[in-house]
Design a protein around this ligand. Structure first.
Ligand SMILES: [Mn+2]
Length: 307
């Protein structure tokens, strides 16, 4: 369960650094504007590389948390074919349920607003500005982690990420780009919120990646990346060629790992590295904290095709 920031004091957690560190981390993040450029071949004046226009072919799959199936879960996403393609995921922070707030309302309204502003002149194809405008337009109570990626027809993928949704770029069977989760402390991600204590578009980690035809990207909520390792994502891509089938297979894999108490998931590895572990009596018996993490699982697979 992800923890909402309801009061500024909650940022200061027994497990975390003093509050001043959280604030400096936020400032550092807001200043960070990564530009990561990958290209498969270098061009020269004698042999100019003529790049065809590209766009995304997209497949999606959402599997709600087993206990939230009736309401569809608390993840939301949208896909747009505007320009080269726009994909986005928002993950509602589940801890709002304890405040009698439906955690699905904020991410759903946020995604609907973001979808409306995709072609907005002021947004001008900048996912960070899209986050700002969608956040300002969202009136529901709650909070969410959000990732938005916009592909330009020249192959530039612009990514803005607040929290622990994620994106991987895969080229020739290798992950060549990966987002990093942002968090205040374990299980309390950076989040866009209805409350003033949450993050803003300025806290987004912004990256530009140059994509080429044949590249594949995977975007997902933490329900995917907490339960599926990168090497498993790559293996799945080898088996399935169709984007819809790949998205479904990855979501099913995440779902089966999430329910498997024996699986040593990315989430349990991370938890143990943070000092969370099985009770002492279990450790004496040689047991450790393992298992997947039950959560809503959203997967968007995009393949770069010439258009
Ligand atoms: Mn989640």
């Amino acid at each position: 369960m992800a923890i909402p920031i309801l009061r500024a004091a909650m940022i200061s957690h027994p497990q975390s650094q003093p509050i001043i560190h959280s604030i400096s981390a936020i400032l550092e993040t807001s200043k960070r504007r990564n530009t990561v450029v990958f290209s498969s071949s270098s061009s020269s004046e004698l042999n100019p590389v003529i790049r065809s226009e590209v766009s995304f072919s997209v497949g999606t799959c959402l599997i709600p948390h087993p206990k939230k199936v009736d309401r569809g879960g608390e993840d939301a996403f949208f896909v747009s074919n505007y320009n080269g393609g726009v994909i986005a995921v928002a993950d509602g922070v589940s801890g709002w349920a304890e405040e009698d707030v439906d955690p699905s309302l904020f991410p759903r309204e946020f995604m609907a607003n973001a979808s409306d502003f995709v072609g907005d002149d002021e947004v001008n194809y900048d996912p960070q500005i899209l986050i700002r405008k969608a956040h300002a337009a969202t009136s529901s109570t709650g909070s969410a982690t959000v990732i938005i990626a916009m592909l330009e027809k020249n192959g530039t993928l612009k990514i803005a990420n607040v929290g622990d949704c994620g994106l991987r770029v895969i080229r020739n069977g290798r992950v060549i780009f990966s987002t990093s989760p942002q968090e205040h402390y374990f299980d309390c991600p950076f989040q866009l919120s209805s409350e003033r204590v949450g993050q803003t578009y300025l806290d987004a980690a912004v990256s530009n990646v140059e994509l080429i035809e044949g590249d594949t990207i995977v975007m997902g909520s933490d329900g995917l990346f907490d339960n599926v390792f990168d090497h498993e994502i790559i293996q799945t891509f080898v088996i399935y060629k169709d984007v819809a089938e790949t998205a479904k297979a990855l979501a099913n894999l995440a779902s089966s790992h999430a329910k498997d108490s024996k699986f040593d998931s990315p989430y349990s590895l991370e938890a143990r590295s943070r000092g969370f572990d099985a009770p002492l009596w279990k450790k004496i018996l040689g047991m450790k904290l393992t298992g997947g993490k039950l959560d809503d699982i959203t997967v968007i697979v995009g393949q770069v095709v010439s258009s």
